[in-house]
Design a protein around this ligand. Structure first.
Ligand code: CTP
Length: 394
């Protein structure tokens, strides 16, 4: 989602993870947020103020005495969200105890907005009861404390204490700003291609990347839904906070959909499921012998069509239609035959629409006879348009 118009206070403490805050700042600016950075006195030893000032386009707030005496209060009132990343053990302890001895701790106390903390420290420091107690106190204050990552630490130790990656912090920030319009709702999304085995080394598949369905899953999660994503083979990464069920074939997809369908409030079928599968799968690798070779195919089950037959009146069911000709006519047929609330039409004739792109151009046709055509947008924005239409039907 875009963070345009959002005002974010980014607190950076003295930790080796401060270099990752530069990347976080960059991501926030790219998403359109306005960011003001506050550093503690020793942060300068890791990353210079000029770096933060240049990337944010704002002066860095570093010393309590180098500005107007009330600068911390103004800053505390300015932000929509305060993010402290990395938050060292020392700063966490100060926050927990109301100690106010530098610009960052002063703004923390003065801030009216919610606060998000991304701790970063060495394994034994984070496991110490004092730090555990202090982070618990911050949670009690209503602060959002992000979990630390596990892995290689700058000290050479392995374990807990890594600052969450900038992309993970950005995801938490975008989650925070998303209106929770789907809170309490269960959403199932099918995405990606399927693979139909011919023999142990070959299969039939298609060009679907799963990007559209993954974007839908991410946006639904940000809107507060509990999301299960039935995902065909793809190397596109899936965002955190989503239950991902990996499937390979159309048959697997049908079984997974039937397992989950009953419990869902909303189902969106964006997967490019194979319509035909080899009738016989060879157990051994097929050798090349004859000049011509024919594979006999059998029709697969229509996953969406099958689920559409048992759709409950309070469930919202959405399908996709990828067409190359007679687009609207074909999409309307699918809307009716699969018992959908609405169908999302992509035409492969539109530039930037369909497989593998990061953009898509859709037309939504609903069961009440409405047709809405959208502009070419990022798949993330398209996902929001689709979910807003779902909300109309809830
Ligand atoms: N779909 C499905 N299972 C299938 C085929 C399609 O669940 N075996 C779903 C897709 O996920 C999509 C919708 O049905 O939401 C339409 O898919 P599409 O491939 O456009 O249409 P088909 O029904 O397969 O018809 P055709 O290939 O003849 O256009």
């Amino acid at each position: 989602m875009s963070l345009a118009g959002k005002k974010i206070i980014l607190g950076v403490t003295a930790s080796i993870a401060a270099y990752k805050s530069v990347l976080l700042l960059r991501l926030l600016i790219k998403q359109g947020a306005e960011v003001k950075v506050i550093v503690t006195p020793a942060t300068e030893k890791f990353v210079g103020e000029l770096t933060f000032a240049s990337l944010s386009g704002n002066p860095v707030f570093s010393g309590l005495w180098s500005h107007e005496w009330s600068a911390h209060v103004e800053m505390g009132l300015w932000g929509d969200l305060m993010v402290v990343a990395p938050a060292s053990a020392n700063t966490i302890a100060k926050f927990a105890n109301g100690i106010c001895d530098n610009a960052l701790t002063a703004v923390y106390l003065a801030a009216k907005c919610p606060v998000m903390i991304a701790p970063a420290m060495d394994r034994d420091m984070i496991l110490h009861p004092a730090t555990q107690k202090n982070t618990e106190t911050l949670r009690e204050y209503g602060n959002i404390v992000l979990p630390t990552g596990t892995g290689y630490l700058a000290s050479g130790l392995q374990g807990q204490g890594r600052m969450p990656e900038p992309e993970e912090i950005l995801e938490a920030i975008e989650d925070f700003f998303s209106p929770k319009l789907l809170a309490g709702k269960k959403v199932m999304i099918t995405a990606g291609p399927t693979q139909e085995a011919i023999d142990p080394v070959r299969y039939l598949s298609n060009h679907s990347s799963g990007k559209m369905g993954i974007a839908l899953a991410q946006e639904a999660k940000r809107m507060g839904a509990e999301v299960v994503l039935l995902l065909g083979p793809t190397s596109v990464p899936t965002p955190p906070g989503i239950k991902v069920v990996r499937i390979a074939s159309a048959k697997d997809m049908l079984i997974a959909a039937q397992t989950h369908a009953d419990a869902q409030d909303i189902m969106i079928y964006s997967a490019a499921v194979a319509d035909y599968t080899p009738t016989i799968v060879s157990e051994t690798k097929i050798k090349k012998k004859t000049e011509e070779f024919t594979i006999e195919l059998t029709k697969t089950a229509d996953v969406l069509g099958t689920i559409g037959k048992t759709k409950k009146p309070n469930q919202v069911l959405v399908g996709f239609a990828l067409e190359t000709d007679h687009e609207e006519e074909n999409a309307r047929k699918k809307l009716a035959s699969k018992n959908l609330d609405f169908v999302v039409l992509n035409s492969l004739r539109d530039k930037g629409a369909g497989f593998a792109h990061d953009t898509n151009k859709i037309t939504i046709l609903d069961k009440n006879g409405n047709t809405i055509a959208f502009e070419l947008k990022s798949k993330q924005e398209v996902a929001r348009d689709i979910l807003n239409k779902v909300i109309e039907f809830l």
